[in-house]
Design a binder for this molecule. Sequence first.
Ligand SMILES: [Ca+2]
Ligand SMILES: [Ca+2]
Length: 167
Amino acid sequence: MIILGVRYVSTLNTSIDTTLSSTDQVTLSNSQQIQGLPFSIECVGIVTYVEDGDTINIKSTEGFRVGETFPVRFADIDTPPKSTSSGANAKSALNELIYGEVIGLDINDLKNYDKYGRVVAVVYLQIGDSTVMNVNKWLVDNRYANIWDFDDNEFNPYAWQLLYDIS
Ligand SMILES: [Ca+2]
Ligand SMILES: [Ca+2]
């Protein structure tokens, strides 16, 4: 069972051993468990590093590769190289949004890794008690990234919403 808990989100950079009570956690193990959510969360972890506008490192705390730290490539988007000013802006904005935060990953079921060994995923960030934000979509909507719709994954970036209600 994968949990993206409210308490996790509200206690940044604190112990990941925080015990969740059943009243303040949200279960997101798959799209069938919460009606209307068109995605699955296969991994929960803490963002330990932002490499650039579309690549981060996370330490997994639930689900896929628990306890390990590994790179994640945001699926179906692309940001400019961080050596450019727009690329540096994208990295900076993403860092401000999610560094140290607990996030959920919908990992590409068709092909978990890209050719560089990065986990390909859509990244979800919980906002408050009842909302989850698609961070890939946030990057696109804020013009930090462009859609680049690869067909070797399960994702359709044109169907993404920015926010999903999980209440
Ligand atoms: Ca998936
Ligand atoms: Ca795609």
